[in-house]
Design a protein around this ligand. Structure first.
Ligand code: DGY
Length: 357
């Protein structure tokens, strides 16, 4: 039995579909071609609905949960005006050359845009949309979850309980470290770092430190975080959380030098991009107990091969890049990326555009 609210939603959807269908028919009748858009993956429903209901683009989609093969992508982008992509697609010179001069806008369903060659896009006048803000809460929440999983040894403990390693209660067994009275260091203080700090405060953290390309006075004052050098951040943090974007400056910034200056009790967490970490150096630091534990939501490569040495370590918790993975957040990202794309196609200001310097 349909309730009146179900019927209202159904009628609204039908009306929107009818409107977009009429608009497309009118465009065709007037001899005008709709701009072609290629969507590189099956995306959350809110995103595709916005594109379809706009009625102002001709959509082709790689209708799969797996990435479109590069060779297919290179064929599909020829002559398109808009590209809706994910962080798994490299949008570089080769791809932009294949797309040709018709390409007006690239909209990525991600906050990170290290997979896009911004310089090449700028040269060609291609505008770029991305999805900041809408994933801040989800990423901050997952960062805290990963921190707790690594510091309180949750995965190791579950494995022990499941596999018969749980003997009698032992005072010295499965001890980790707590957040109370600790010092938390944030590498790269932005919206996500701020949201993490706000979530960690109730745990009784005594000090928040941060390092970034430059001090961020206003934000730091708001959350009572102190700017320190990278070396000091390494030396003083009980928990070091990496939240910076991947740029030429941050590539491999978490390396032997950083790990060797950290406390032996310190926990290292990365939810930004795998390439900010030198994984070989991290492995050595964890295997030799130079640092206590790590939690990684991002690695190089992704997926990390199951026989990778990091998977062999008990003090390393590895997640498959799920920081933004809540249903609501992924829908919001998909919708924002769709609205960015449509605005770019119409030559209007995008809700969230990457400034091309
Ligand atoms: C992003 O958006 O860049 C995250 O890594 C995935 O949500």
């Amino acid at each position: 039995m349909w309730s009146s609210s179900h019927l209202k939603v159904l009628l609204r959807t039908l009306a929107a579909d009818l409107h977009s269908c009429c608009r497309s028919q009118a465009m065709k009748a007037s001899g005008k071609h709709l701009p072609k858009v290629y969507v590189t993956r099956r995306i959350p429903p809110d995103g595709i609905k916005i594109l379809r209901q706009s009625g102002c683009c001709d959509i082709e989609q790689w209708d799969s949960d797996e990435p479109v093969p590069r060779s297919e992508l290179l064929k599909k982008v020829v002559g398109i005006q808009g590209l809706y992509c994910l962080l798994t697609e490299k949008i570089d010179k080769e791809l932009l050359d294949a797309a040709g001069p018709s390409l007006k806008v690239v909209s990525t369903m991600s906050v990170g845009y290290d997979h896009l060659s911004l310089e090449e896009m700028k040269k060609r006048g291609v505008r770029v949309g991305f999805t900041p803000d809408v994933l801040t809460e989800a990423v901050a929440e997952l960062t805290v979850a990963l921190l707790l999983a690594a510091s309180r040894r949750l995965i190791e403990a579950v494995d022990e309980a499941r596999s018969g390693g749980w003997g009698t209660w032992k005072p010295l067994w499965m001890c980790g470290s707590g957040l109370s009275a600790s010092t938390v260091g944030i590498l790269g203080l932005g919206r996500i770092g701020e949201a993490i700090v706000n979530r960690l405060k109730p745990f009784g953290v005594s000090k928040f430190l941060y390092n970034d390309v430059a001090p961020r006075h206003e934000l730091a004052q708001k959350i009572s975080a102190e700017y320190v050098s990278l070396l000091e951040l390494a030396k003083k943090s009980d928990f070091l959380l990496v939240c910076c974007a991947l740029t030429p400056e941050t590539l491999g910034i978490c390396n032997k030098q950083l790990f060797s200056n950290m406390k032996s009790s310190a926990i290292f967490i990365n939810t930004s991009r795998g390439a900010v970490v030198n994984q070989e150096d991290l492995y050595q630091a964890l295997a030799s107990n130079q640092i206590a534990a790590a939690g990684l939501d991002v690695t190089v490569p992704e997926p990390l091969p199951t026989d990778h040495p990091l998977f062999k370590l008990k003090n390393c918790v590895i997640l498959p890049h799920i920081a933004s993975a809540t249903v609501e957040t992924r829908n919001a990202m998909a919708a924002l990326a769709a609205n960015n794309l449509l605005a770019g196609l119409k030559g209007e200001s995008m809700p969230k555009e990457v400034p091309l310097k």
